[in-house]
Design a protein around this ligand. Structure first.
Ligand SMILES: NC(=O)c1ccc[n+]([C@@H]2O[C@H](COP(=O)([O-])OP(=O)(O)OC[C@H]3O[C@@H](n4cnc5c(N)ncnc54)[C@H](O)[C@@H]3O)[C@@H](O)[C@H]2O)c1
Length: 362
């Protein structure tokens, strides 16, 4: 997959060009569209008409609660009824839930068809739509059923973000903060210097930052497409974040918000273990505040035992122990292996637990 170049108001032109380049030419196109991303409908329809490709549409209402096997089956059956065949192209237009589920649908439909991603959230543009990880959730945890199935192309058009609610901007900015910590000084400084209001609208500043984050992700993915080493760095904030997300429920804590809290917990772990300078964590916490990211757990934080159990569900856990990523300097992320879940749970409590909850096993 070539590196995507993002634009504003460019979806029709870029999509038509991308489908024309496909070899062999798709026989038909199936568009999976998130209803709340209706802003994408017209430019997609126009692009496919320009390219002379027949399109069938499946609309759905995306949400983390619906990123399930049941939804996959329902949408798969709808795709078959719509006449999908091996030469069909699936387009997934929506946020990370739609591109994760749509990509997995493409990976499994007829044993695999080609697909293209059209991210319509900031989180999708900077992270979720890129790199070919596709999945649905299981009741036991997030993204537990999935496949590596890279899209043929990712078309990013910032104009699609004009209908994005404020909370979704925060979610995207959580992943932007993660990318900046990995990328290092230039992106961190750009974030610190951009007026916060400009980071919450689809203007030139957001375009530049989204492009930088996408470039960073693609650079990492190209070196390690199946996450055997370097790509793990992109999970910064996620071991803590997934546990917090499951503890709070997806409605109360969205993915990007959980990642932001996960980064704060990782900083706390690193600080308390003497792995990083306080000046660095103060700087990152200040930037997180400036970006309007959450700093508190919504509701009552679970007991340490429960946090430990949730942390152990992490896909990266090995023999019950965790791999933790700790940002120690701009552009430098430390990978700690074999961390006891109890130590990670304790860091969450120190960071987010105002009043200690009794731990049954203590
Ligand atoms: N595959 C990966 O590498 C990867 C990386 C990061 C995150 N993810 C996944 O991404 C998901 C989170 O992505 P998300 O935050 O985009 O979630 P999402 O798809 O649920 O979108 C968030 C909300 O915004 C709405 N929405 C989407 N586009 C809109 C628009 N243009 N205008 C108005 N509303 C719009 C959606 O309907 C939804 O309510 C998680 O499931 C996470 O696991 C995947």
């Amino acid at each position: 997959m070539s590196r995507p170049r993002y634009g504003r108001g460019t979806l029709r032109r870029d999509l038509a060009a991308a489908v024309r380049r496909l070899e062999p030419r798709p026989g038909s196109v199936l568009v999976l569209l998130d209803r709340r991303a209706a802003v994408a409908r017209r430019p997609i329809a126009a692009a496919l008409a320009d390219a002379g490709l027949p399109a069938r549409w499946i609309s759905w209402s995306a949400s983390e609660r619906r990123k399930t096997l049941a939804a996959l089956e329902r949408l798969g059956r709808a795709a078959v009824r719509a006449g999908v065949d091996r030469r069909s192209l699936l387009l997934a237009a929506g946020g990370g839930v739609t591109t994760d589920l749509g990509g997995f649908l493409a990976a499994t439909l007829l044993r695999g068809i080609r697909w293209g991603a059209i991210p319509t959230t900031l989180l999708g543009l900077v992270d979720a739509a890129l790199g070919g990880k596709t999945a649905v959730d299981l009741p036991e945890g997030k993204n537990l059923l999935g496949a590596f199935h890279p899209p043929q192309f990712v078309i990013g058009d910032l104009a699609l973000l004009r209908t994005l609610p404020a909370r979704e901007w925060s979610c995207g900015l959580g992943e932007v903060l993660k990318s900046a910590l990995i990328a290092g000084e230039p992106l961190l400084r750009r974030l610190e210097r951009t007026p916060p209001a400009d980071l919450r609208r689809p203007g030139a500043a957001t375009l530049r930052i989204a492009q930088d984050c996408a470039d960073l992700k693609m650079e990492v993915v190209e070196q390690d497409p199946r996450e055997s080493g370097l790509r793990k760095v992109l999970n910064l904030g996620h071991s803590f974040g997934h546990a917090l997300e499951a503890a709070a429920g997806y409605r109360r804590l969205a993915h990007g918000e959980a990642v932001a809290l996960g980064i704060l917990c990782a900083l706390r772990f690193g600080e308390d273990a003497g792995l990083l300078e306080r000046a660095f964590s103060t700087r990152v916490r200040g930037l997180a505040r400036r970006l309007g990211l959450p700093a508190a757990f919504p509701g009552r934080l679970p007991a340490t035992t429960d946090l430990r159990r949730l942390l152990q569900r992490d896909k990266k856990a090995r023999s019950g122990n965790l791999e933790l990523l700790i940002p120690v300097r701009a552009g430098e992320i430390l990978l700690l292996e074999c961390v006891a879940p109890a130590a990670a749970a304790a860091a969450i409590r120190r960071e987010l637990g105002a009043t200690p909850t009794p731990d049954a096993s203590a």
